[in-house]
Design a binder for this molecule. Structure first.
Ligand code: SF4
Ligand code: SF4
Ligand code: SF4
Length: 304
């Protein structure tokens, strides 16, 4: 069994998450050989005859596109590993700015600038938009998460390599959260830095924008358990994905309106920075943008 891990537009965190499996990695290596992984080994090109290719990162430039095409041709099974590969992830937020503005920021305006303060000419050309891997090639399996958490990878990777299926929960983050719904009184939307959330009751009920109801499970509600609202890094829940009209922003508006008994218009007026609060992990996905009532297209137009 030959496995490969390809890197596209991402931060390499998903490859590091595989390393974070520690001793489970030894079990994996008993069954499979890693033949290609630019982060883990010095191999420049994916070989022929790969059984399973894990692709991490989104597709943002021509080089990403070429690499994706090549690994798809050389692998029997392609797994989109991580939210960038599944839904565009944080790489998709780049669509809120023009290529010129992004390159100026990266190469000329921040502390890591090149000594000559010029934009290099050999950076691969941007595509007109970011893509999730499944927008461009056939994907056999999706493992979302930014990065996918250790326990979830433990549950999935060995059975996948052994050709077995594994039954996983298909619910939202709320199903993994142990908070109870508290009294909803004088509800108002709070920014994260405002006050300290009370530890027992639902964060959304307390006014903090927690995306637990619209986010796919699999992290054990890690953030709410640390008193931090979920910001949706596992990607959309299945009910958002399945229905054409279900969209993160609109579902959250409806959910908050139901919870607080306030008109949806009032909730919409209170929401802020929708691109970064509602779609930070899904903006670069054609599937999410095509939702009938998604605001992604308008936000990209405004931003860029
Ligand atoms: S999903 Fe998250 S951890 Fe993985 S490459 Fe993208 S930004 Fe990095
Ligand atoms: S909205 Fe957030 S805090 Fe409330 S139950 Fe869901 S995950 Fe927990
Ligand atoms: S709680 Fe939400 S933001 Fe935190 S790790 Fe889980 S999915 Fe990501």
């Amino acid at each position: 069994m030959k496995i490969a891990i390809e890197e596209l537009a991402g931060c390499s965190g998903c490859s590091i998450a595989v390393l974070d499996l520690h001793e489970t990695l030894l079990d994996i290596l008993e069954k499979a050989e890693i033949v290609y992984s630019p982060v883990l080994m010095d191999v420049k090109e994916p070989p022929l005859g790969i059984d399973i290719a894990f692709v991490t990162g989104a597709v943002r430039n021509e080089e990403n596109q070429e690499r994706l095409k090549k690994i798809r041709e050389r692998a029997k099974i392609v797994v989109a590993l991580g939210t960038c590969a599944c839904y565009g992830g944080v790489s998709g937020l780049s669509m809120l700015s023009s290529q010129e503005a992004l390159f100026r920021c990266v190469y000329q305006e921040v502390d890591t600038v090149r000594p000559d303060n010029t934009i290099p000419s050999d950076v691969p050309a941007f595509l007109y938009r970011a893509f999730a891997v499944g927008d461009l090639v056939k994907v056999n399996w999706y493992i979302p998460g930014c990065p996918p958490k250790e326990d979830r990878l433990r549950q999935i990777l060995l059975p996948l390599i052994e050709g077995d299926r594994v039954a996983l929960s298909r619910k939202s983050i709320c199903s993994e959260c142990d908070r109870k719904m508290g009294p909803i009184e004088n509800w108002s939307l709070k920014r994260r830095h405002e006050g300290t959330p009370e530890r027992e009751h639902c964060l959304l009920g307390q006014g903090y924008l927690c995306l637990g109801p619209v986010t796919f499970c699999g992290c054990g509600a890690m953030c709410p358990k640390k008193n931090v609202p979920c910001h949706g890094c596992n990607g959309p829940s299945l009910d958002i994905l399945r229905e054409p009209c279900r969209d993160i922003y609109n579902m959250m508006v409806r959910r908050i309106a139901d919870l607080t008994d306030r008109p949806e218009k009032e909730i919409e007026a209170a929401l802020y920075d929708v691109a970064h609060t509602m779609y930070p992990f899904t903006m670069g996905s054609e599937v999410m943008e095509d939702k009938e009532i998604s605001r992604i297209r308008a936000l990209i137009k405004e931003g860029s």
